[in-house]
Design a protein around this ligand. Structure first.
Ligand SMILES: *[C@@H]1O[C@H](CO)[C@@H](O)[C@H](O)[C@H]1NC(C)=O
Length: 291
């Protein structure tokens, strides 16, 4: 509750009221900590909005207060507009330690009018190398759009405005590790990556456009919060109202979802590690042969 520690009684009152009204809509003060960037990360509008900024001296970032072991997590982002070449906005889930798991969205900026790249990756037990990249079917800087991660024991689905763009299935029975034992936090950061991001580092960040700003709103997590070695889902799964709320825990892609996923992959995917035979001369990663 640090943001409220110095607040007036009136602010405390509005916080209490606001808590009951917005408990399910998410509030950046309640759900996140600003972790770096020395004032470049800001929470605005009573916790309804968050912005990250980047200038020549530093980027900025935030992370969730909670750790989660599975979740259906939505966030709306509006990315750095104009000439954003060289900037990267990363939004991801990650656990800790040398054999960490990670589920990544990264948005690679571009020159004005040129398309962003949405870069995705999945790390299991410290090993990634599972990149897939996409163009988007809209301008992600003109308005907010919803970027979602559904992570349950069966699969991981990345979605954009409700359209699935990537699926990573649990293929543990085929010997492929799947993230399911390590709780993860949500992280986001805006930073300068002009050594690689835009056309492989050919286009440099133009600092005369700084500060660069990305905005966040409408965080919404149906998720199992991890604490003291236990999951909030296992304690409540016996009551009938919560089993309804927990439908996402066993959700899979339906026929419509599969069709939409194919549409995105056919029309908007620009890189897929699973087809990069040059990169894997010894043979493609085993999960590529199973889907
Ligand atoms: C930037 O635009 C160029 C030209 O359209 C495109 O080739 C590239 O994939 C775009 N994205 C990045 C991050 O370089």
């Amino acid at each position: 509750m640090a943001p409220f520690s110095a607040s007036s009684p009136l602010m405390k009152f509005s916080f209490v009221v606001g808590f009951f009204l917005t408990a399910y809509a998410g509030n950046f003060y309640q759900d996140f900590d600003l972790t770096w960037g020395d004032g470049r990360a800001k929470i605005l509008n009573n916790g309804q909005r968050l912005t990250l900024s980047l200038d020549k001296a530093s980027g900025s970032g935030f992370q969730s207060k909670n750790e989660y072991l599975f979740g259906n997590i939505d966030m709306q982002l509006k990315l750095v507009p104009g000439n954003s070449a060289g900037t990267v906005t990363a939004y991801y889930l990650s656990s800790k330690g040398a054999t960490w798991d990670e589920i990544d969205f990264e948005f690679l900026g571009n020159l004005s009018g040129d398309p962003y790249i949405l870069h995705t990756n999945v790390f299991t037990q410290g090993k990634g190398n599972r990149e897939q990249q996409f163009y988007l079917w809209f301008d992600p800087t003109a308005d907010f759009h919803t970027y979602s991660i559904l992570w349950n024991p069966k699969l991981i689905i990345f979605s954009v405005d409700g359209t699935p763009i990537r699926e990573f299935k649990n293929l543990e029975s085929d010997g492929i590790p799947f993230p399911k034992n390590q709780p993860m936090r949500i992280y986001s950061s805006l930073w300068n990556a002009d050594d690689w991001a835009t056309r492989g580092g050919l286009v440099k960040t133009n600092w005369s456009n700084a500060p660069f700003t990305a905005s966040y709103r409408n965080f919404n997590a149906k998720a199992c919060v991890w604490g003291n070695g236990a999951s909030s889902c296992s304690s409540s799964s016996s009551s009938s109202s919560s089993s309804n709320n927990n439908a996402w825990l066993s959700q899979e892609l339906d026929i419509t979802g599969q069709r939409r996923l194919k549409w995105v992959q056919k029309n908007y995917m620009i890189y897929n590690y699973c087809t990069d035979t040059k990169r894997f001369p010894q043979g493609l990663p085993s999960e590529c042969k199973m889907s």
